[in-house]
Design a protein around this ligand. Sequence first.
Ligand SMILES: *Cc1c(COP(=O)(O)O)cnc(C)c1O
Length: 344
Amino acid sequence: MPQPLIERYRDSLPLEPGDPVVSLNEGSTPLVEAPRLSERVGARVWLKVEGANPTGSFKDRGMTVAVSRAAGRGAKAVICASTGNTAASASAYAVRAGLRGAVIVPEGKIAIGKLAQSLMHGARVVALEGNFDDALTIVRQLAERNPIELVNSVNPYRIEGQKTAAFELIDELGYAPDALAIPVGNAGNVTAYWKGFQERGTSPICYGFQAAGSAPLVDGSPVAKPETVASAIRIGNPARWEEAMNAFNSSRGRVAAVTDEQILDAYHWLASHEGVFCEPASAASVAGILNHGLPTVEGMDKPETVVCVLTGHGLKDPDTALGTAPSVINCQNDIGEVEAAVFN
Ligand SMILES: *Cc1c(COP(=O)(O)O)cnc(C)c1O
């Protein structure tokens, strides 16, 4: 039987006895071996396909815990700022819990699938004239002034839920991978993986990747106008800055930047060579190891097992896919023409 993430890892999660389990059977996502990618980088590479979560991104892991706790505390509504996936997830889990949902997104900057999800789940969707960082500032103030639960990754229960992805890696491989490659936006996810690894007494090298036009952790200072095709990581001032840097430093990893071109190349390559369609932001993890090589640590062997976290599903952002993929072949209703189109 599929199991809610909260049941699978209840002993490691800080829920109260009376909290309801608000779940869509998230987690337990596929860990898919990537033979062609492995060949290219010279290590055994696995893909953690987080797009297989109920709303199509890893955000569901944090949301099940944050919304369960919010409901247990008697909250009547949840709110978040979002580049799209947090909005989709919060909207769905709010419905499950019978709470009202409100999401604030940067106007014109979220992938169309994510917008469709939030609207279908009946959340109040506000498009802000501003970027993600502006939206986060506003929801933080709103949550202070009103009885509404903030479910961004500044909420500690989000991190608690998301750390279960690290548990799954260890449980399924039977050991911790030598290295983790992960896209970094607001930096909650890398914070969560590192917490999960540490709680299991392991310390894989954490290698984070930001988009070059939106790389505050690489630059060492906030980016006022972040730009990248990878809208899920278009964030100029990560809320989990310190924790993320601690994960990179403590694990002897690092954070590096990948260009939009490198991201889109990896995005297409994965879809056409491994059969896995992720969203552009997710492909930053693969673009990272392809362009920067595997992380090496002095005095240690080269990593043998590497996990790339594919944070969200490719169907979230059909505009980017169709805008950069080969075109459809139009054809008359004629066997000869179709034959030519298929085989030439
Ligand atoms: C949220 C998100 C990220 C970034 O995760 P952070 O915790 O903000 O660093 C990356 N990829 C996708 C698809 C996301 O939805």
